[in-house]
Design a protein around this ligand. Structure first.
Ligand SMILES: Cc1cc2nc3c(=O)[nH]c(=O)nc-3n(C[C@H](O)[C@H](O)[C@H](O)COP(=O)(O)OP(=O)(O)OC[C@H]3O[C@@H](n4cnc5c(N)ncnc54)[C@H](O)[C@@H]3O)c2cc1C
Length: 702
């Protein structure tokens, strides 16, 4: 009997059968030289805790999969479940094509080594290993180790470009990652028009078109001391086992709290989600809704699928084209069908480019992605003192000391800091594995800028908790918000979480939904910062002894002003209101107004394109702020028709002066508040989130 030549395809973040360059190559090329194909997925022991797969009484040969700074589990329960679903869906999809998927536990290198050894004497020995490239440090190390192993064993190794990004590396004009501009806007402009750039997707392999799987009897069993999962339920149970009791005081889940990300993992669900978003009109209204906090449809919720490669950015682009060009009947009832590119679809392309950009940053900066000093200060002059919970690296003068920071971090995680928007987001994250982009920005800013705590605790916390964790998007966004990454304003941009709550949680629905204990509070300012509540109300709501009241982690003073209309108009301009102002009067820049971190950055950067120099901008800003601070201020209730203003003071002793004073955190909104005693009061036109259609969100704020 002639011997077969087996190709091992190691899957990592390319868990899809369509638009897959490796599978596509195998079915469209006849001279690849392999008689058999064995697709393999390895749950990597350094990133996912695998002790749940140990045989009874056995010890794991691998150290626990804990993070470096905070020692958290690297993959928490939500992503573990989502990944299990994704892998199982991939297995089924491959089986439907007449192939299959081998699921293994360990490291990719150990698994390949074991396969090569055990199959050496069989009729199908391993002749090659293929995998797709990832730019991040650990993944690149893994690639390197497999490549070396293959060369030792004298078998073929091939690293494929995974074509899952929006603009293919072959088309972005960069000769090497080093050529990537350090400002996103510069990169974006070099790639426009974005609609023209993505390549066509690759077709899905037909049934029985892939090289055959080796017969079952020839595939070696899972190596000792682990067992391989027998079903999806078994897989989920084993992944979840070590993650029990991961937090000492987990937040309680309120009965009425809805899940903004109730989706299962896998390519099949990814397509259901994408098609639903196109049919429901959510892609067309994306620009207006993307800063939402409650519901499933304010943003695409495709990030988890993109992170595991269940879907490619160019597949999303292709569905956008069908919607815009009116070429797919299934979308014929959707708003915007056949009407060309609109603000929503344009906005999605813009965000997909941000995702590409962060991946390119990873390729450019390598391990600096995980460094406290970030991408900045490459000359080694970085000397900012971050607060840490680790005694041996803390500055002897650190105030508060590491033991206190440890307690603050615990409260940051379980959502009891007393800062409503931040706490609600953390509780949502804990219970659902998702929180919106707007909330993420505030959480990251609060930890890194207001508390000045080592931002990597936050990035690692997100790595554990997020379903959609993606190494580049997570760490580069944390760097950006912490002021050590590619935000041109660096340390100068600080989010005021109370103003942000007033801006984006207009009726307090989000915070009240996740913070059950605050549901009885009348005024929004108290919901957003409970320690500001009057003693009698605290007493009646049973909150007098609550730690968020007795010992808030941070106190931000908050004022309400009477404002003349003129000031409000100036503020509209400052935020890039589409109708006006020289700051963003250019229609090309209108998408950027007030939407998300990435867009905010663009809004800032775009000012320079309109010829407003830094000095003029600074003078304008100071003038606006001076006027605002001279107006009558008072703290307390909103009593009808009041534009609002606020500023920030250094709170408790140790925080000292707050960086956010006068840094773009002042603002106004117009409208009328319901009389006292009626909750949730803002009604009326809101200047920079035009007609946010909460009512449209299924499961959204009522
Ligand atoms: C501190 C922080 C940590 C983050 N961590 C992650 C992470 O681990 N994984 C992740 O995918 N995103 C991360 N983001 C970016 C962003 O918050 C999420 O991509 C987005 O909230 C996912 O929801 P969505 O799919 O509905 O996004 P949509 O608003 O529908 O956007 C469409 C897609 O564009 C991409 N995108 C949108 N915003 C960004 C952005 N700011 N940066 C990069 N890509 C973006 C995502 O792939 C997203 O799926 C982080 C942002 C911050 C501020």
């Amino acid at each position: 009997m002639s011997r077969g030549r087996l190709l091992v395809y190691l899957l990592r973040r390319d868990l899809r059968v369509s638009d897959n360059p490796v599978l596509h190559h195998l079915v469209t090329t006849s001279d690849h030289g392999f008689t058999h194909l064995l697709p393999v997925y390895v749950f990597p022991a350094n990133q996912v805790e695998v002790s749940g797969f140990l045989k009874d009484g056995e010890q794991s040969p691998y150290p626990p999969a804990r993070s470096q700074v905070g020692k958290f589990w690297r993959c928490g329960p939500h992503r573990a479940k989502f990944t299990a679903e994704t892998v199982w869906d991939m297995k089924k999809n491959l089986e439907d094509l007449g192939s299959g998927l081998l699921i293994r536990i360990g490291t990719a290198k150990d698994v390949v080594n074991h396969l090569v050894q055990e199959m050496k004497e069989t009729v199908t020995s391993v002749g090659g290993v293929w995998m797709t490239e990832e730019p991040s440090w650990e993944e690149a190390q893994e690639q390197e180790s497999i490549s070396l192993l293959c060369s030792e064993k004298e078998i073929e190794f091939k690293l494929w470009k995974d074509e899952k990004y929006f603009i293919d590396d072959r088309d972005n004009g960069l000769e090497s990652p080093e050529g990537l501009p350090d400002v996103f806007t510069t990169y974006r402009k070099s790639q426009e028009p974005l609609r023209e750039k993505p390549r066509k997707v690759l077709s899905k392999p037909g049934e029985s078109s892939l090289p055959a799987m080796p017969q079952n009897g020839f595939i070696p069993a899972q190596a000792h001391p682990f067992v391989s999962p027998s079903s999806l339920e078994d897989l989920q149970k084993r992944l979840a086992k070590p993650l029990q009791n991961m937090m000492c005081n987990p937040p309680h889940r309120p009965e009425n709290a809805t899940d903004g990300h109730p989706f299962s993992g896998g390519e099949t669900s990814a397509w259901e989600r994408l098609r639903h978003s196109a049919k429901s009109g959510a892609l067309t209204s994306y620009k207006e809704t993307r800063n939402g906090l409650v519901g499933t449809d304010y943003s695409t919720k495709l990030s988890g699928y993109l992170a595991l490669g269940c879907l490619t950015a160019r597949q999303i682009h292709e569905e956008l084209l069908k919607l815009e060009d009116g070429t797919d009947e299934q979308y014929k009832d959707a708003v915007g069908y056949g009407e060309g590119e609109n603000d929503g679809t344009k906005g999605i392309r813009f965000e997909l480019l941000w995702r590409d950009y962060m991946r390119l940053c990873t390729a450019k900066f390598g391990r600096k992605l995980f460094r406290l000093s970030g991408f900045r200060q490459q000359d080694g002059s970085y000397n900012k003192k971050w607060k840490t919970a680790t005694e041996k690296i803390a500055d002897p003068e650190q105030d508060p000391p590491p033991s206190q920071i440890s307690k603050i971090l615990e409260r940051f995680q379980n959502g009891t800091t007393g800062m409503g928007l931040v706490d609600a987001s953390q509780r949502e994250l804990y219970h659902t594995g998702y929180t919106s982009n707007r909330a993420r920005q505030n959480v990251a800013s609060f930890l890194s800028k207001h508390l000045q705590i080592d931002w990597r605790y936050g990035a690692e916390w997100y790595e554990m908790m997020l379903t959609d964790y993606d190494v580049s998007s997570n760490w580069a966004n944390w760097q950006y918000v912490a002021g050590v990454g590619n935000d041109p304003r660096g340390d100068a941009r600080t989010f005021n979480p109370i103003k942000q709550a007033f801006d984006y949680d207009i009726e307090g629905t989000f915070v009240r939904m996740w913070m059950a204990e605050l549901q009885g509070l009348d005024k929004l300012e108290n919901v957003f910062q409970v320690c500001t509540t009057e003693a009698a109300e605290l007493e009646s709501c049973g909150l007098s002894e609550n730690i968020m009241v007795t010992d808030p982690v941070k106190k931000i003073e908050f004022y309400v002003d009477r404002k003349p209309r003129a000031t409000r108009r100036v503020y509209n301009k400052r935020r890039g209101h589409p109708r006006g102002g020289r700051w963003l009067g250019n229609s090309k820049n209108q998408y950027h107004s007030g939407s998300g971190m990435s867009s905010e950055a663009a809004a800032n950067e775009s000012t320079s394109t309109l010829g407003v120099d830094a000095e003029t901008r600074d003078r304008d800003r100071k003038a606006r702020e001076a006027q605002q601070f001279h107006d009558t201020t008072w703290r307390g209730n909103y009593t009808g028709g009041l534009p609002m203003n606020m500023h920030v003071h250094g709170g408790r002793g140790w925080q000292g002066g707050d960086q956010s004073r006068g840094r773009g955190n002042v603002g106004h909104f117009s409208g009328s508040w319901r009389p006292h005693g009626q909750r949730g009061g803002f009604r009326g036109r809101y200047p920079f989130i035009p007609q946010m259609p909460y009512a449209q969100f299924p499961g959204g704020a009522q």
